[in-house]
Every structure is written in structure tokens, then in C-alpha cells.
Design a binder for this molecule. Sequence first.
Ligand code: NDP
Length: 330
Amino acid sequence: MKVFYESDADLGVLDGKTIAVAGYGNQGRAQALNIRDSGVTVLVGNIEDTYAETARQDGFSPVSIADAVKTADVVMLLVPDEVQQAVYQKDIAPHLRAGQTLSFASGYNIHFGLIEPPADIDVIMMAPRTIGRQVRIAFESGGGVNADVDVWQNATGKAWETTLALAKGTGCTRAGAFHSSFATEAELDLFAEQAVWPALFDVLLTGYEILAANGYPKEAIALELYASAEPADIFLAMARRGFFEQMRYHSPTSQYGTLSRRRDATGSSEELRKRMEATLENIRSGRFAKEWKQEELEGYPNFKRLRQAAWSHPINEADRAVRLLLGASK
Ligand code: NDP
């Protein structure tokens, strides 16, 4: 895979241009602040609410998304994926001009055909690989986060220059911007969210339930499983040293326990493989995108029910208890 770094990108291509950031949320705020700090003109588009108030406190003068699109040369669409189609149809499409750039932080809406931009604009992706908060923190400390970048449509012939300049302005070429594709970015992201993280959640939650049922104190269970932040340290070491290499930081007892039980920890690894393959197929066929669209149209009934169930699980009690203890000691 080609990876782009600082010397591959020229911020000068954005000189005299206005970048509209549509949606001042997790990614919107971080990217707007970073790009402005890189010396580029940024205009925030958002409705009048608390997000707009935050933008004002950050020194921006937010306008409506429609007005931002009318003024801008580049539009960064940074509202949540599930509302992008509606926002695009209402506030963006009617105001697009030939030669503008429409930038996405996820391949989702383009890859699954929910947004079909006109042929005379550039369509690009600059998708940071981590949460917005970290996009900002890394930039402020002189670093950056990785991103996936791609060009879907190159109407002007200059779409790559614009993509790399946005990646540089956001700080992503400091860490490395990977030439991915809209399809790969969208499908991998959904697979991690729907096959990998749910399995880990299920394992942690089942572990919690078994230990609680066996009489261990809830605070001790939470601390052991995640509240000490040990999992975060393990994942960080995995990123820095390698998937198995990080095991060298653990005791031989721990290494032996993990390696000897890995294959049968979740019952049948064949069953897990089959389920993950089915999840991948559901994503690649577009069936998940249709299901999620239907949820949006019906006012998110299942999503609301699932979130309610998650927030009423007894593990939330353990969280409150362990945070109280940790807060008292630090
Ligand atoms: P957020 O949920 O943080 O976005 C909130 C913003 O979207 C607010 O400005 C909000 O403004 C606006 N918004 C929400 N609903 C609507 C609506 N119906 N009409 C108009 N504006 C709306 O989004 P994220 O930052 O999480 O995601 C933005 C993009 O970044 C997505 O494409 C996502 O896939 C991508 N991304 C996200 C990552 C993350 O970690 N969060 C990581 C990498 C990429 P208001 O409610 O005031 O209208």
C-alpha cells in the first residue's frame, strides 16, 4: 500500500481557498481546528444549537450548511454517516458548483450508493483512523493520526493534490496517510464494528456476569477486566510492537494461559469464523446499509431499544462503583 507523508503533500494548493466543515461534531471540530491552525481558511456549517455555540467559542462564525456550501471551494461532510444522505439532498446538492470538492471522512455513503454526486465535482476521502478527540490531541502535541485517503472522482484533475493537502492540514501526513479505497475503508470499518468488537464485548460481558454470579466484588471485576486501562495498554503495545510480540510484556504464566486457551476460548473457532464470514457477506452485499437506512426512516426503534438495554446492564453499577473508588484515591 502506498503511504503518503509530509513531503508528498503541498498545503499551498489550498491557498486562497475556503474549506467548509459541515457538522461541528467529533471529527468536524478536530479537523476544523487542525486545518485552521495549519493556516487554511475554514468556514463552519452547522444549525444553530450547542455544536454551533462550541464553534463560536472556538472562534468560528458558523453559518448554515447550505450557506457554507455556497461559499466554499471544498466541502468536508462531517455529519454522521446515517444522516449524510438527507443532509446532502437538502443542503448540499442544490448548491454544488462545477469544480468544487466534496470530501468524506468515511467511504460509507459513496460506496453503498446513498450519495451520487454530479460528474463535475471532485469526490475524495480523508478518513482519520481514530476518534476526533485524538485527531486534535495528537496535532496539538506536534504529531498526527493515520488516515485512509482516496479519490472517487477526479473532475478537475487536481483531486489528489487537494486530498493530500487536507490530510496534511489535519496532521495525518505526519503519521502517514494510507492509499485505501472507499470500499475497503467502509467495509473494514463495518467489519471491525460488527464482527470483532461485538465478539470482544460479548467475551468481556460474559466474563463479568460469570464472575459476579460467583460472588467476586463488582469493583474488583471491573478493575481486572478494563477499569485499570490494562486493555488499552495491551492494544497500544500491539500497535507499537505487534500482535503477538506485545506478549513479551506479560508474565510467562499469562503468556501460557492465553496461548494454550486461545483456540477454544469462545467455544468453537470454526463457529466464530463462520459467523464472521456471514457478517462480512452481510456488509459487502449492502444488506447492512439497507437495514441501517430502514432504522433511520423508522426513527431508530431497534437502536433505541438496544442502547437502553446496554445502559441498564448491571455492569454500569460496577462502573459507577469503581470510578468512585478510583476518583477517591487519585
Ligand atoms: P458526530 O456524531 O460527532 O457529528 C455531529 C455533527 O453532525 C454535529 O455538528 C451535528 O450538528 C451534525 N448533525 C447530526 N445530525 C444532523 C442532521 N440530521 N442534519 C445536520 N447536521 C447534523 O459525527 P462524527 O464526527 O462521529 O462522524 C462524522 C464523519 O466522520 C462520519 O463520516 C464518520 O464515519 C467519520 N469518522 C468518525 C470517526 C469517529 O471516531 N467518530 C472516526 C473516523 C471517521 P447538529 O446536531 O447541531 O445539527
